[in-house]
Design a protein around this ligand. Structure first.
Ligand SMILES: Cc1cc2nc3c(=O)[nH]c(=O)nc-3n(C[C@H](O)[C@H](O)[C@H](O)COP(=O)(O)OP(=O)(O)OC[C@H]3O[C@@H](n4cnc5c(N)ncnc54)[C@H](O)[C@@H]3O)c2cc1C
Length: 309
């Protein structure tokens, strides 16, 4: 792992840095590249702007590891309102939540009840709820949450991380459920016993996991693969696989983050591929932003340019 990535991921959990950085004008300016704004209105506006290109969206409010039940309740109420507002605006915009935002650290039952409330509203509004995957300590409880929710509805999906050595087994165990799975490379700092240390191994595992999920026996009712990456070579390799194996378009969507690889986003949309852009918003953006910087060292130079520009 590069020294820069390691340092940025370590910084992402530093409260002292967070408090200072979020008040610094040049950091706030550079964040705007990846985030249309801190308010839900900003995210809804960005989603409406993408709609004419045929690009659908996923909305996510930043924040993680809450420490009070009242905060988890606030987040749940917020997302209930978002589901209403998405429907009122006529947008095709899913929501994506982090289990620790809904209270996973406090009480698993509470987290599940909050998720159930969101899924119930999403069902009323003909919408869909994604569950993000957080750091490795949360994989088992998050899978458990997903399995329990999937037993009740098909309007729920889960993110799985290709850098984790265990993910191939997790995928295999979920396939009988007809799962909606978002495959990502993984954004957290993990030790080599748990996650591949070499990027090439993660990339290869990513391809293998996706092709497994696109195989005919994995295509059950409710199953959907989100190919969530900005890695153009990998996306092209998967597109070639999809064409060669005549995988139906209903089996997968591409997913990317707002503001990243805009050219590739436009290209996929032009080619008529289904693409969902995940739009983040909210005030608690520091750890998330550090993870975005860690993904690409050039982003750090972008911050410096913003600082002096
Ligand atoms: C829709 C979506 C949902 C996600 N959900 C989760 C989740 O639930 N849990 C989780 O752990 N991770 C999540 N991630 C993040 C993911 O794990 C990776 O950290 C991130 O996507 C970078 O990996 P990559 O696949 O784009 O490939 P990389 O190999 O990292 O990047 C490929 C290329 O894309 C470009 N690129 C990548 N990142 C950036 C960036 N930040 N800024 C500018 N250019 C960039 C660069 O040109 C780079 O060379 C999500 C990502 C997406 C797209």
């Amino acid at each position: 792992m590069s020294v820069m990535r390691h340092a940025l991921l370590a910084l992402s959990t530093n409260a002292w840095m967070r408090d200072r950085a979020t008040k610094t004008a040049f950091v706030r300016r550079s964040v705007s590249r990846f985030m249309p704004g801190e308010q839900i209105d900003d995210a809804l506006r960005a989603a409406a702007e993408l709609k004419p290109q045929g690009i659908t969206t996923i909305l996510t409010k930043l924040g993680e590891n809450l420490s009070h039940e009242a905060e988890a309740e606030q987040v749940t109420l917020h997302y209930l309102d978002v589901l209403d507002r998405v429907a009122a605006a006529g947008l095709d915009a899913h929501i994506s939540i982090k289990p620790t935002q809904l209270g996973l650290d406090l009480d698993r039952g509470l987290c599940e009840r909050n998720l159930d409330r969101l899924i119930a509203r999403a069902t009323e509004r003909n919408n869909f709820v994604w569950i993000d995957m957080e750091s490795s300590a949360y994989v088992d409880p998050t899978l458990d949450l997903y399995r329990r929710s999937r037993a009740k509805t098909s309007r729920v999906g889960i993110a799985l991380q290709a850098y984790l050595r265990r993910t191939a087994k997790d995928v295999e165990s979920l396939i009988p459920l007809g799962p909606a799975i978002r495959i990502v490379k993984g954004a957290y700092l993990e030790p080599p016993e748990i996650a591949f240390a070499r990027k090439a191994d993660t990339d290869e595992n990513y391809f293998t996991l996706c092709t497994r999920l696109l195989a005919p026996d994995a295509r059950k009712p409710g199953a959907l693969l989100h190919i969530a990456t900005h890695d153009v070579a990998l996306a092209d390799r998967l597109s070639a696989y999809i064409a060669e194996h005549a995988v139906p378009a209903s089996a997968y969507e591409f997913a990317m983050l707002y503001g990243i690889q805009r050219g590739q986003q436009a290209r996929l949309a032009r080619e008529g591929k289904r693409l969902r852009v995940l739009i983040s918003y909210g005030e608690y953006w520091f750890p998330w932003y550090m993870r975005r910087l860690a993904e690409r060292p050039a982003n750090v130079w972008f911050v410096f340019r913003t600082m002096f520009g």
